[in-house]
Design a binder for this molecule. Sequence first.
Ligand SMILES: NC(=O)c1ccc[n+]([C@@H]2O[C@H](COP(=O)([O-])OP(=O)(O)OC[C@H]3O[C@@H](n4cnc5c(N)ncnc54)[C@H](OP(=O)(O)O)[C@@H]3O)[C@@H](O)[C@H]2O)c1
Length: 207
Amino acid sequence: MTKEERIMSKIVAIMSMSLDGYVADRHDGVAEVFDWYANSGDVEFHTGGSDPMTFHVSPASAQQLRELVSGLGAMLTGRRTFEVAQGWGGNHAWGPAFVLTHEIPAGWPRPNSTVHFVTDGIESAVAQAKAAAAGKSVGVHGADTIQELFNAGLLDELHIDIAAVLLGSGVRLFDHLADTPAFLGNPTVTAGVGVTHVRYPVKKVES
Ligand SMILES: NC(=O)c1ccc[n+]([C@@H]2O[C@H](COP(=O)([O-])OP(=O)(O)OC[C@H]3O[C@@H](n4cnc5c(N)ncnc54)[C@H](OP(=O)(O)O)[C@@H]3O)[C@@H](O)[C@H]2O)c1
């Protein structure tokens, strides 16, 4: 990877979140916050990966999904997201996936899988995912992992799909932030059906 590609490659948190700040319910369920993927319109959006899915979304959501996904070259996630997603069947739809964990799960890595495990910390995970992304962005899933990246000053953008639902409890996206208030840059906003897509640049604190 060239120095230029390393600079271009952004680390982008991508999460669907309820309006009251939850990315899953108390049982790790994402049915409510992911409902817009399945039921917000007539435009079909096909994913790749080992467990391909077809979303049914509004034209506006489809357009922003196309832009988002075409800009991704790799994924970075936490171990809990990997477990809940059952390892994406071995191949994440949005590119090679780098999973942060303290211990590589039994039976992994698997042949013909693009899921990799990183046990030597967040900076190593970012470096490996950026190298795989080859100049494209790295998408991040997992609340704990996103907080860790944010606290380490490694996050470039927050892409949040705000689902039109109030969950009341569950897994919060913005717990445990080290330096608050943290001001963000100006968002781009796309109104969908039952969802609003917002993308904020993260302002880096000058050291
Ligand atoms: N709404 C959405 O868009 C969306 C998307 C994805 C997931 N989710 C939901 O989000 C939840 C998962 O997020 P989460 O915040 O609970 O967990 P997470 O960020 O997915 O994973 C956290 C785990 O990753 C490992 N880890 C993190 N940083 C590490 C480091 N520096 N070194 C080594 N290991 C490290 C640790 O696991 P070990 O210690 O076990 O190795 C840690 O417990 C689930 O409920 C899932 O359903 C929602």
